[in-house]
Design a binder for this molecule. Structure first.
Ligand SMILES: Cc1ncc(COP(=O)(O)O)c(C=O)c1O
Length: 400
């Protein structure tokens, strides 16, 4: 393997630094100006103009009816699953090939993941595998819970009277959470159609895919709710933070209410009408987000250019495939990925690059291999395991 050539290429791409990191944030816009404004006005906490502005700017940017900020992408996922009505002992269809936050969020509610395989073309949840699993294992029943619903005690006030059940476990399959791996959109239209057919709520984990679109529509806006992360390693950051993208005004207003302690607006009274959460993003983080968002499109152009250069380079390297986005999609290329020949080649690639000042990482340990989720159902996960043995993420920072 031509490791020296690969390492030299990556180093040159990023200005020949001694150490080339995987993904670092860039602050070249109004970040300091907006942060100073927060300090000068004392609005550093959960109230302030940047919180409102960031939500409005993101709703406009993504085309969501309402955007609600949160303190992390994990919180945003937790809230989304509650808001679509996931309850203890429900099942949620998702990927084993994802970051732990996807499964943690549904576990906070006491729900169980069911792991469905990913596509070779997207690295995200496969609608073919999902269809096959549903046909074998699921059935739609008239939902007996519909009569009990009460908006003040139940988040899921928008249920349609039918529900999907796992024929073998007897559990309700309430939601499906596909994840747009490394910013590459999944075949989301087909997944959305399956969710509709089977009466399953679609919550997109778009943590990694800000700015990525499928047929021109922003990821995270195909189901009732989608979530984004603004963690420091993401395409744009608020330090830490997340967001819910909601395609329903009423649900959006409710999400804001629930994530801000469910306080009934009043000039001085402290009255609350629900168990609420203190998940609100502070103004200083939102200020950072506003400034970062102003440059997002520029950052994505830069990241896509890096990806094009990688693609051209790896075409001439035998036994390594550079992963590209599929037709109909526009990926932000949050993290670039190469696919090695086998597990042995993956380990050798990781060793050589990390030993020589180029930071690279394998894909996350599969969720079904972690002790918390190893007993959860899966469909065999053929492509998932294939990727886990081969994928390595390579440096992907914005280059200006
Ligand atoms: C796929 C995925 N889901 C959820 C999250 C959670 O986001 P956060 O770190 O902001 O809680 C992340 C990233 O960190 C992620 O990559």
């Amino acid at each position: 393997m031509e490791y020296k050539k690969i390492i030299d290429f990556i180093k040159t791409l990023y200005g020949n630094q001694e150490f080339t990191p995987l993904a670092v944030p860039v602050f070249v816009g109004n970040e300091k100006k907006y942060l100073n404004e927060c300090i000068d006005t004392t609005f550093v906490s959960s109230v302030g103009k940047f919180v409102d502005r960031f939500e409005e700017d993101m709703a406009r940017y993504t085309g969501a009816k309402k955007a609600v900020v949160c303190v992390s992408g994990t919180n945003a996922l937790h809230m989304s699953l509650m808001l679509v009505g996931v309850k203890r002992d429900d099942e949620v269809l998702t990927q084993a090939l994802t970051f732990i936050a996807t499964c943690n969020a549904l576990s906070y509610i006491g729900a169980y993941p069911v792991f469905i395989d990913v596509d070779r073309s997207t690295m995200g949840l496969s609608p073919d595998a999902m269809k096959e699993w549903l046909q074998k294992n699921a059935e739609v029943r008239k939902n007996i819970r519909i009569n009990e619903l009460d908006k003040s005690h139940d988040f899921s006030f928008q249920e349609d009277g039918f529900a999907c059940y796992n024929k073998h476990t007897g559990r309700r399959i309430k939601a499906c959470v596909p994840m747009h791996s490394f910013g590459h959109p999944v075949r989301i239209e087909e997944i959305a159609a399956l969710c509709k057919e089977w009466h399953i709520e679609l919550v997109e984990d778009a943590a990694e895919s800000i700015g990525s679109t499928y047929k021109g529509k922003h990821t995270g806006t195909f189901g009732k709710i989608g979530t984004i992360s603004f963690n420091g390693n993401k395409t744009i950051t608020t330090g830490g933070g997340g967001m819910l993208l909601i395609n329903d005004e009423e649900l959006g207003a409710y999400a804001k209410h629930i994530t801000t302690q469910a306080k009934i607006p009043h000039r001085w009274e402290f009255r609350h009408d629900h168990i609420g959460y203190n998940y609100r993003m502070p103004n200083i983080n939102a200020a950072l987000g506003c400034a970062q968002l102003e440059n997002l499109d520029k950052y994505i152009v830069s990241k896509r250019k890096v990806a094009t250069e990688y693609e051209a380079f790896f075409k001439n390297i035998p036994d390594i495939e550079f992963f590209v986005d599929s037709p109909d999609t526009y990926s932000n290329y949050w993290l670039n990925a190469v696919i090695l020949k086998d597990k042995e080649a993956q380990i050798e690639f990781l060793t050589q690059t990390n030993d020589n000042g180029v930071m690279t990482r394998p894909i996350w340990e599969l969720m079904n291999r972690l002790p918390m989720f190893e007993k959860c159902e899966n469909d065999g996960l053929t492509n998932t395991i294939w990727f886990a043995d081969r994928v390595v993420n390579i440096p992907s920072s914005v280059r200006l």
